[in-house]
Design a protein around this ligand. Structure first.
Ligand SMILES: Nc1ncnc2c1ncn2[C@@H]1O[C@H](COP(=O)(O)OP(=O)(O)O)[C@@H](O)[C@H]1O
Ligand SMILES: O=C(O)C1=C[C@@H](OP(=O)(O)O)[C@@H](O)[C@H](O)C1
Ligand SMILES: [Mg+2]
Length: 173
């Protein structure tokens, strides 16, 4: 357990859809007693459901709104979970260059059951082959930005939280 451990903030989670950014971020924040920000949740609070934004206004508009919310969030001393495509914005990549960034990795086999029943608009057509194509396009960006990466495919959320905590505290407990 890592309760009461002080980690330097912000810590930002990036990676593909279904890697566990939202879930791990929530648990990491609770574990270290830090505020938690999920930028998709903020978008939904302000602009409504993400699939409806895509339907109504398209991806390009979503990315503009997302950038605004991400820019604000990255100024907070919090654990921050981004949406998988937030790194597509060059200003976000600039911001992340100076921050502590964790890339949550996941294999296609492990992610498939995590994505079933979801409403992610990027996956409404094409399913897993689309997920894989999107990851291939974005992986170089995730790699470039990450200070630490961890494969979540066969790890529990608790183990992932402990690994991230250890990385950013040098194992001090
Ligand atoms: N390490 C894990 N092992 C098993 N299931 C997980 C793990 N991390 C997340 N999940 C599940 O996978 C789904 C997607 O997780 P989520 O945190 O929304 O991913 P992201 O925010 O990266 O898209 C959720 O149902 C979540 O409970
Ligand atoms: O990868 C993407 O382009 C997206 C990822 C989603 O977030 P998660 O990565 O948390 O699923 C959400 O921001 C939106 O549906 C677009
Ligand atoms: Mg998420």
């Amino acid at each position: 357990m890592s309760d009461g451990v002080r980690v330097p903030l912000p810590i930002v989670l990036i990676g593909p859809m279904g890697a566990g950014k939202s879930r791990v971020g929530h648990r990491l924040a609770a574990s270290v007693g830090a505020p938690f920000v999920d930028t998709d949740t903020r978008i939904v609070e302000r602009y409504g459901p993400i699939d409806e934004i895509f339907d109504r206004e398209g991806e390009e508009y979503f990315r503009i709104v997302e950038r605004e919310v991400v820019a604000e969030a990255l100024r907070e001393e919090a654990v921050i979970s981004l949406g998988g495509g937030a790194v597509l914005h060059p200003d976000t990549r600039d911001d992340l260059a100076d921050l502590q960034v964790v890339w949550l990795k996941v294999s296609p086999e492990a992610v498939a059951p995590r994505l079933t029943g979801g409403t992610r608009p990027m996956l409404t057509e094409g399913g897993m082959s689309r997920w894989t194509a999107i990851l291939e396009a974005r992986a170089p960006i995730y790699r470039e930005l990450a200070d630490y990466d961890i494969d979540t495919s066969r790890r529990s959320v608790a183990r992932i939280v402990d690994a991230i905590t250890e990385r950013f505290t040098g194992g001090r407990r």
